[in-house]
Design a binder for this molecule. Structure first.
Ligand code: NAD
Length: 336
């Protein structure tokens, strides 16, 4: 069964490619390489022992996507393609509305035209904004604090409207918490361009000596050590979650929205300590003022994912750090 991964050359898509192959499915990657590197394809071949089909192009190009769906007889789509940097979305909102919302509209048009109605969408815990309490269940109110988060909300609403208009759509909305780590082979991983936006890639670059120290934004939050608490989930668990979501949609035919997290929160300082242990390198840090928009704690309630998908996260924080370090130390300049 051929599964299209838009943005499949990126961080989460590439790991999901491997998980799909292991599950006996055939991935087809669509990517414009705006935030990824073609070298990932050779790495995927090394890991899986088979060449992965990749079509280079833009998800905004509806006629091309329509043709691609037909040519590859695509049974279902995992939609990862999009831009994801919160700060950039504040500075360049139109880029985000065009690529993320425009990309989803284009893909759905192509899917509708070709009668391909099974879709898994990469949403985010950012749709919960500043949650009133933790753990966060899927029925918490949704809010947005930046254009990136707004695009995820709008796409979720768009998918719900499609479902109302046509009950035959099978839609899986996955709200990721904080994906980290890398494939245990050390061959694929997160390869941020420029200054990493997320904590773990930044910590990894400090550990390898590319950056002198880590800024810890705020140590006066209402958390055990005062630093922000997040639900870090191994990208391998996330990849398995996509396979489980796809299988649930194909077998049961019911749409759903679920959190993909571990249900545990770890503070910034806990991550620093775990990474020091995994890498055997010191991680110098300094306390900096809080950043606007950051919340004290954010972690998932995971019962719904377990009930609907039979899936739960397995990897520990120590394992996430060990795998992230193997990738970072083996590929100090990423794929370049
Ligand atoms: N990584 C995270 O922390 C995180 C958290 C929550 C949600 N998400 C969402 O998950 C998805 C995947 O995230 P990721 O971390 O793998 O990001 P990524 O940037 O590594 O992967 C996205 C891929 O999409 C491609 N792409 C972007 N626009 C495209 C277009 N118009 N046409 C074709 N390809 C295009 C990029 O080249 C890249 O390979 C995104 O939608 C992101 O918003 C990510």
């Amino acid at each position: 069964m051929n599964i299209l991964l838009t943005g499949g050359a990126g961080y989460i898509g590439s790991h999901t490619c491997v998980a799909l192959i292991e599950a006996g499915l055939t991935p087809v990657i669509l990517d414009n390489f705006s935030n990824s590197h073609p070298a990932v394809l050779e790495r995927l071949r090394q890991i899986s022992g088979q060449a992965v089909v990749c079509e280079k192009g833009d998800v905004l190009d509806t006629p091309w996507v329509t043709d691609l769906l037909l040519r590859h007889e695509i049974a279902a789509v995992l939609h990862f393609a999009g831009d994801k940097a919160v700060g950039e979305s504040v500075a360049q909102p139109l880029k985000y509305y065009r690529n993320n919302i425009g990309g989803a509209v284009s893909l759905l048009d192509a899917m509708q035209a070709t009668d391909c109605r099974t879709l898994v969408f990469s949403s985010s815990a950012t749709v919960y904004g500043d949650p009133a309490s933790v753990p966060i269940t899927e029925d918490f109110p949704r809010q947005h604090t930046n254009p990136y988060g707004h695009t995820k909300l709008v796409i979720e609403d768009m998918l719900a409207a499609m479902q109302v208009a046509d009950a035959s759509w099978r839609l899986g909305v996955l709200r990721y918490f904080n994906p980290v780590g890398a494939h245990p082979s050390g061959l694929i991983g997160e390869d941020p361009s420029g200054i990493p936006n997320n904590l773990m890639p930044f910590v990894a670059q400090v550990a390898i000596g590319k950056r002198p120290f880590l800024n810890v934004y705020g140590n006066d939050y209402a958390t055990p050590d005062g630093t922000g608490v997040r639900d870090y989930i191994h990208v391998q668990d996330l990849a398995e979650g996509h396979v489980a979501a796809l299988q649930a949609l194909l077998e049961k035919g019911e749409s759903f929205t679920v959190n993909l997290g571990t249900g545990r929160g770890n503070s910034v300082l806990e991550v620093v300590k775990a990474f020091e242990q995994a890498s055997d390198q010191p991680i110098p840090y300094q306390i900096a003022p809080r950043r606007a928009g950051d919340v004290a704690q954010c972690y998932a309630e995971t019962a719904l994912a377990k009930a609907l998908l039979g899936w739960s996260a397995k990897h520990s924080l120590a394992g996430m750090c060990a795998d992230a370090w193997r990738w970072q130390s083996g590929n100090p300049d990423g794929y370049k």
